[in-house]
Design a binder for this molecule. Structure first.
Ligand SMILES: Nc1ncnc2c1ncn2[C@@H]1O[C@H](COP(=O)(O)OP(=O)(O)OP(=O)(O)O)[C@@H](O)[C@H]1O
Length: 255
């Protein structure tokens, strides 16, 4: 299933947040959204997820969700949002119970997503026994369990230290390489964007408008830490964003 954003503009009363965003999110691709603080990245994600409606324009779903999809648009948050009293597998089974899936069918799904996220040995662990990186892997496993058409990822790695972030990026790449998924991935971090994005959308400062869409052709599995081509792309993104970020920063200070 593809998602198409058509001419989306939004204001909260007189406060204009974004202007005329038109964008395609193709099936099986990771689309990263970057831009200065307050430019509307999380708001855009809420529009895609149907949690809020834009003042103008629309979000269109093109085609059907994958077979067996329980929740077409599924969020992954930076704070993991796990239930502390439920084990790893208990957190995953919860979303299946919501859809009346229990017993052997639930077991098969749980085993599959635990294996895909390399968590099979931790099925019985409680969240408090896990590192931040492992908790986020549980959140990813839980999202995969509902077979989403599109994963909506809001700064999913930003609560993690830089080494854990690198490991999680490797995990996301191998997850995608084995079985491609579709994601809209909001981040401040340009290194994450060039590592994970097939398409990187650069927004201007508020009201957020599309400044540029960068397409990266290098297969995800071939994007390595320190790759000169990725560093070149990252530099280009930063050049696009630097003045906008500085202006956005000044705007926040002078409110
Ligand atoms: N419900 C709301 N009511 C009023 N203003 C809002 C509401 N939600 C967001 N905003 C404002 O809209 C603007 C865009 O917010 P949003 O969180 O989407 O930006 P962002 O690009 O994700 O920011 P950041 O990078 O800092 O997380 C901000 O100025 C924010 O304060």
């Amino acid at each position: 299933m593809d998602i198409r954003l058509e001419n989306i503009s939004h204001s909260y009363d007189d406060f204009e947040v974004m202007r005329d965003i038109t964008l395609d999110i193709p099936d099986g691709r990771i689309v990263c959204i970057v831009g200065p603080s307050g430019c509307g990245k999380s708001t855009l994600l809420r529009f895609i997820g149907g949690l809020e409606r834009p003042s103008q324009g629309r979000v269109v779903q093109v085609g059907n969700p994958p077979e067996g999809c329980l929740n077409p648009l599924t969020y992954i948050f930076q704070d993991f949002a796990l239930l502390p009293w439920r084990s790893v597998e208990g957190n995953i089974s919860l979303v299946l119970e919501d859809h009346g899936i229990k017993g052997a069918r639930a077991r098969a799904i749980i085993d599959d997503v635990l294996a895909r996220t390399k968590l099979s040995d931790f099925a019985k662990a409680l969240p408090k026994q896990l590192s931040g990186g492992m908790k986020q892997r549980v959140a990813i496993a839980r999202a995969l369990a509902v077979k989403p058409a599109v994963m909506l990822m809001d700064e999913p790695l930003s609560a993690l230290d830089s080494q854990t972030r690198e490991l999680l990026m490797d995990d996301l790449v191998s997850l995608w390489t084995r079985q491609p998924f579709t994601a809209v991935y909001v981040t401040h971090n340009l290194a994450e964007a060039v590592r994970l994005g097939h398409r990187i959308v650069v927004l201007s400062r508020r009201p957020g408008q599309i400044r540029e869409i960068v397409e990266l052709d290098t297969p995800l599995g071939e994007r390595e830490y320190g790759d000169p081509e990725l560093e070149r792309q990252q530099k280009h993104l930063w050049q696009l964003m630097r003045d906008e970020a500085r202006a956005a920063d000044a705007e926040l200070i002078n409110v």
